[in-house]
Design a protein around this ligand. Structure first.
Ligand SMILES: C[S@@+](CC[C@H](N)C(=O)[O-])C[C@H]1O[C@@H](n2cnc3c(N)ncnc32)[C@H](O)[C@@H]1O
Length: 277
């Protein structure tokens, strides 16, 4: 079936009903996601699932628990890469690591880690700064499939050329290929990196803080949320950050609208803020 084949437009009312079903049946609330992108993604799901009607899609979601992870996968955007925005990783090394090196234990949270490429990038940078041995990196995402993939340490080999270029641009100092072993069409990152990581599902829209961190990275996640949900998440991060801790966002994101903004100072144009009060 051609996914562009004309399908009836999904109305706001349809979408509200569907999201209501999901909250009721599973407790996941997507109603504060940016509406236009949500609608596009549900339309796509409707089309590729070959549902005869919107009621049929609602029925499937309400009655088939196995279908929910598929739904989450489809409506969340999992695009990621290693050393994404290499200049961010340079800033990390130059402006944050010196402060982190003063702590005996370093706790970092990657919220919305997707399939983990960003987490392995962080571990490599910490290793090269001789900080990994005292660090724990908590990596969470709403999508169980993404978390499972991240925890496996496996990355498709076809991306590695690009990632090696990003690594060098990010200021990497070793032979990138020393961090993984390749087999067939995948690479497996070394246990020395993975043993400092803790993976778990965590929903930023509904769950609470679970630790205190010196660095929280939540890059390219808030763009999918409306302003009320963004405020919830800023509040959660504010509660989860130690004083003088750092918050890193994606290149198109800002914490300027957050209510806690006056306690933060932007320390890098690479979207890094520090909690100063
Ligand atoms: C575009 S990816 C960003 C991945 C990575 N941080 C990066 O910058 O490359 C956005 C991720 O946010 C996750 N996400 C969306 N809604 C979420 C929520 N409510 N709680 C936690 N993670 C969420 C998605 O599953 C997805 O993996």
């Amino acid at each position: 079936m051609d996914t562009n084949e004309a399908i009836p437009p999904i109305t706001d009312e349809d979408l509200e009903l569907l999201l209501g079903d999901i909250v009721e049946a599973y407790g996941y609330d997507f109603s504060a996601y940016a509406w236009a992108s949500l609608k596009r993604r549900v339309t796509r799901l409707f089309s590729i699932g070959r549902f005869a009607s919107f009621a049929e899609l609602r029925h499937r979601i309400r009655t088939d628990r196995e279908y929910l992870p598929r739904f989450i996968e489809e409506i969340t955007v999992n695009v990621t890469e290693m050393f994404r925005d290499p200049s961010f990783f340079r800033a990390l090394k130059q402006e944050i690591f010196p402060a982190l090196s003063t702590y005996p234990f370093i706790r970092i949270w990657h919220a919305g880690c997707s399939t983990g490429e960003e987490v392995y990038s962080m571990a490599i940078m910490l290793h090269e700064a001789n900080l990994l041995h005292r660090a724990v990196i908590y990596a969470t995402d709403i999508s169980p499939a993404a978390v499972k993939q991240a925890a496996s340490g496996l990355v498709p080999i076809r991306h590695m050329k690009q990632y090696a270029r990003n690594y060098i641009e990010a200021g990497g100092i070793n032979d990138f290929s020393a961090y993984y072993t390749a087999s067939n069409n995948q690479v497996l990152f070394r246990d020395e990196l993975r043993k400092h990581m803790v993976f778990s599902t965590h929903n930023l829209a509904s769950e609470t803080s679970f630790n205190q961190f010196q660095l929280i990275c939540c890059r390219n996640v808030l763009i999918y949320f409306n302003s009320a949900l963004q405020e919830r998440v800023f509040n959660l991060f504010d509660q989860s950050l130690e004083r003088f801790g750092f918050l890193a966002l994606g290149s198109k994101e800002s914490m300027r609208a957050a209510q806690c903004y006056n306690r933060y100072k932007q320390i890098s144009k690479q979207k890094i803020w520090r909690k100063i009060a």
